[in-house]
Design a binder for this molecule. Structure first.
Ligand code: MN3
Length: 198
């Protein structure tokens, strides 16, 4: 059985950048629903019950066809959100340090140029999806709850949820305002630790 992970901080800890109301809905309702639907689908495939989620998403072709789309969408949603909460912190924001800072400056010319590139991908992504910073420091996007893992890629080291459920209560249609606020709660320590682990 897959389970909803606890947050490392209180629901109101990211306000005013991300409100308590959004965090509760996003974690208790949206994320819980992904977990519940994934578990329900896997009831018909007991051979997959003990496969770690990351491996399941990397081997979708091995998932029975009648539940493959559910595993893709809801398993992807469970995985992406489980990482997303760890990429946020009430003590976040600012700029990374060390090897990650050096890497981003090397790849983009400056930290601000990296932010600008990421923002352009995030505001330009049509519909619902995610923007990822990959271990090689390239930026990728995926639609829906897809993960780079599903295309045989590595796990992202940072990701931004640009589904409307992530921001509409606070920012209505103004996705760019949400993205700008989100940078204030990015947990760079977590991103750095994932970067140096690769
Ligand atoms: Mn979401």
């Amino acid at each position: 059985m897959h389970t909803l992970p606890d947050l490392d901080y209180a629901y109101d800890a990211l306000a005013p950048h991300i409100s308590e109301a959004i965090m509760k809905l996003h974690h208790q309702n949206h994320h819980q629903t992904y977990v519940d639907k994934l578990n329900a689908a896997l009831e018909s495939a007991p051979e997959l019950a003990d496969v770690p989620l990351q491996e399941l998403l990397a081997r979708l072709d091995d998932v029975p066809e009648n539940i493959r789309k559910i595993v893709r969408d809801d398993g992807g949603g469970h995985y992406n959100h489980s990482q997303f909460w760890k990429w946020l912190s009430p003590n976040g924001g600012g700029e990374p340090t060390g090897a990650l800072a050096d890497g981003l400056i090397g790849a983009y010319g400056s930290f601000q140029a990296f932010i600008d590139s990421f923002d352009a991908q995030a505001t330009g992504l049509f519909g619902s999806g995610w923007v990822w910073l990959m271990p090689d420091l390239t930026i990728q996007t995926t639609p829906n709850q897809d993960s780079p893992l599903m295309a045989g890629g590595p796990a992202p080291i940072l990701g931004l949820d640009v589904w409307e459920h992530a921001y509409y209560l606070d920012y209505t249609y103004k996705r760019a305002d949400y993205i700008k606020a989100w940078w204030n709660v990015v947990n760079w320590r977590e991103v750095e630790s994932r970067y140096v682990a690769n």
